[in-house]
Write a protein that binds this ligand. Structure first.
Ligand SMILES: [Zn+2]
Ligand SMILES: [Zn+2]
Length: 255
């Protein structure tokens, strides 16, 4: 089945990973659209559900917890205008060296509808070594040590917290895919197939699929026009041989 046939046959129901201008550093806007712009884009693409998930507060472009009331207010206004879309306030927490393994503290979890988690180049995440490991030749032993540490941190974050989606595993940090796949299955964390990032790729996905995992496709949109993008990830899932009923947010439309 070619890509056009695939996207005609399967549609995306919900996008649970998108960014807006609340992901920013001072005046620099990392996410380009406002909340209402993402909601409008979701409505135009016929999505039933949309998640606003800014970067965690330790990120250079991270959201501020103090902004949550304003964000909730923006969501309420947007939903009045586009009532067919259910909009959730989530967050893309950073996996870091902290007591619960994230930059969202346990007492802040209830302020969000759900929490996603992923690796980024942020302070207290081993960012310098992780960045270098993707950009310069790295001695095998050092790489292995890094892989071990990154994997341990994911295991800690997923077992200590209720995480909805592990975002782009294997991107921005080398990991042991088998071990991460196992902990996702044990904790019921959805494995993300991310439209924007290189990992997980088809080979990685085959490892995740070998365990009792369910998958989710995310646009990871940083601009409103990218909300609801899914074709590339769907194609990747097919390449990896993942049965479509294991992907929680797609639906067959033209059987
Ligand atoms: Zn991310
Ligand atoms: Zn993201």
């Amino acid at each position: 089945m070619d890509l056009e046939q695939l996207t005609k046959r399967f549609r995306l129901k919900g996008d649970y990973h998108t960014h807006t201008v609340y992901s920013r550093m001072g005046f620099y806007l990392h996410g380009k659209g406002r909340i209402i712009d993402n909601v409008r884009a979701a409505a135009e693409k016929g999505l039933l559900e949309l998640g606003i998930t800014e970067h965690g507060p330790w990120d250079f472009y991270g959201m501020a917890i103090s902004k949550i009331p304003e964000m909730r207010n923006d969501i309420a206004k947007a939903v009045k205008e586009f009532p067919l879309v259910s909009v959730y306030l989530g967050v893309e927490a950073d996996i870091v060296d902290s007591p619960n393994g994230l930059d969202i503290a346990p007492e802040d979890f209830s302020k969000f509808d759900y929490v996603n988690a992923g690796y980024h180049y942020v302070p207290h995440s081993g960012m310098i070594m992780n960045w270098l490991s993707f950009h310069i030749p790295f001695p095998a032993a050092a790489k292995e040590k890094l892989r071990r540490r990154n994997t341990d941190r994911i295991v800690k974050a997923l077992t200590n917290n209720n995480i909805k989606i592990l975002t782009h595993p294997g991107d921005k940090a080398f990991i042991d895919e088998n071990e991460v796949a196992k902990v996702c299955a044990e904790t019921g964390t959805l494995v993300e197939i991310n439209v924007r990032h290189k990992h997980p790729d088809a080979n990685d996905l085959k490892i995740y699929a070998a365990y009792d995992n369910r998958f989710v496709i995310s646009s990871d949109a940083h601009k409103p026009e990218n909300v609801g993008r899914y074709a590339k990830s769907l194609e990747l899932a097919m390449e990896a041989g993942i049965a479509t009923d294991r992907i929680v947010n797609i639906e067959e439309v033209n059987a």
